[in-house]
Design a protein around this ligand. Structure first.
Ligand SMILES: [Fe+2]
Ligand SMILES: [Zn+2]
Length: 385
């Protein structure tokens, strides 16, 4: 599903680190540096601030990425660190742009110049009219404790919280309806959000990209930094935002799958419906995506409530049951991290979030323990013989 993200340079893993330490301790990184990031962050290192630099990525991404730099780079001038990190980010971030065909560019342009938005106030994020006060307060306090005060975790790795104002949901629904009406009237051939949904629209395509950028930067990333650090939650830097529609004349259900995202935000906008539950079956790395569900603990069903959000790893396997009556519309944002995608390339064990990697690791530990015990018993036998 995310094959387009595969690395441009197949030798990256095997290549030796190519850096030079010059007399004054400056590490020069080559234009296509072969330096690897650390798999585990250096927790003791205090990253620098990058707010004052003129950078083409969010400064907070640089700060969170700095902990992953090889240790010999931590002390080098900030500009050099920024340059190196930028190279890594560039490899992934523009992938959307780079792979976005000329056709898709034209497609967006065509929408932009022909579609008249109905509610202009939706196109720039306004926290107080978009979000519930409880959600806003939790985010502005920006601590795990404040987040936990509004968020429940009904199953490991699945976070649920009231998020959107009912009026905002109404407005967004009416904008989407207006957009669909325009599509039908103009006989415009619309690109659907993904291969799984026949209905729905990509919000990024009809002008809502800046609004969603802010939603990710200021609201989803702070939460993900706390709840999903192991999958790049603090360095989310691009997204795919869309709505999906379910109901009698729309899609009914959605098969079992993983998202092309590190973290997915799924918010129900309405309207009235029954059914449509999300079912979850545990997180898996790419290698283990088709392994069995291990225990009762991994199976979890969630019923949507308008205005309420679910935040989960993209790799948390899930699907949606049939919406049996009414009409259900959900807003989805697939958030991605270039840093995580880079590091995934040279990481083999994902036991901190993949249920199967974790099971295998425990199994290895058990057999090592058992072998040691046998060895000890054997030695004891020898010494008493
Ligand atoms: Fe999904
Ligand atoms: Zn795994």
């Amino acid at each position: 599903m995310d094959s387009e993200m595969s690395h441009q340079d197949g030798n990256y893993n095997e290549s030796p680190a190519k850096s030079e330490v010059i007399g004054n301790g400056t590490v020069t990184t080559m234009a296509n540096s072969r330096l690897k990031l650390r798999v585990h962050p250096n927790k003791d290192h205090k990253p620098e601030g990058y707010d004052d630099l003129d950078l083409d990525f969010n400064p907070s991404i640089f700060s969170s990425l700095e902990r992953y730099l090889p240790s010999n780079m931590l002390g080098i001038p900030r500009d050099d660190k920024a340059k190196f990190m930028r190279e890594i980010l560039l490899k992934y971030l523009p992938s959307g742009e780079r792979h976005r065909t000329q056709k898709h560019q034209e497609y967006r342009e065509k929408i932009k110049s022909n579609y008249q938005p109905l509610h202009r106030e939706l196109y720039a994020l306004n926290p107080t009219t978009f979000f519930l006060p409880t959600f806003l307060k939790a985010i502005s306090d920006n601590t795990e404790q404040s987040f936990r005060s509004i968020i429940s975790e009904p199953s490991p790795g699945i976070y649920v919280f009231p998020m959107l104002q009912p009026d905002f949901c109404e407005l967004l629904l009416s904008e989407i309806e207006n957009f669909e009406k325009w599509v039908a009237e103009a006989k415009f051939r619309i690109m659907r959000p993904n291969r799984m949904n026949r209905y729905g629209a990509v919000l990024d395509d009809f002008g809502l990209e800046p609004m969603l950028d802010r939603l990710m930067d200021d609201f989803v990333r702070p939460l993900s930094r706390v709840f999903f650090p192991e999958v790049g939650g603090s360095s989310l830097d691009s997204h795919h935002g869309f709505v999906v529609e379910y109901g009698e004349d729309k899609d009914l259900d959605l098969g079992f799958h993983v998202d092309d995202s590190e973290v997915t935000l799924n918010v129900c906008l309405g309207k009235e419906f029954s059914g449509g539950e999300l079912f979850f079956r545990g997180s898996r790395c790419e290698r283990h995506v088709n392994t069995g569900t291990q225990s009762e603990q991994e199976a979890f069903d969630y019923s949507h409530v308008p205005g309420r959000a679910v935040l989960h790893r993209g790799r948390h396997r899930h699907g949606a049951r049939a919406t049996t009556s009414g009409h259900r519309i959900n807003l989805l944002m697939w958030c991605r991290s270039s840093v995580f995608r880079e590091m995934k390339l040279y990481q083999k064990d994902f036991s901190d979030w993949c249920g199967e990697c974790n099971r295998m690791k425990k199994e290895r530990q058990r057999s090592t323990c058992a072998a040691t015990r046998l060895e000890l018993i054997a030695r004891e036998g020898e010494s008493t013989a």
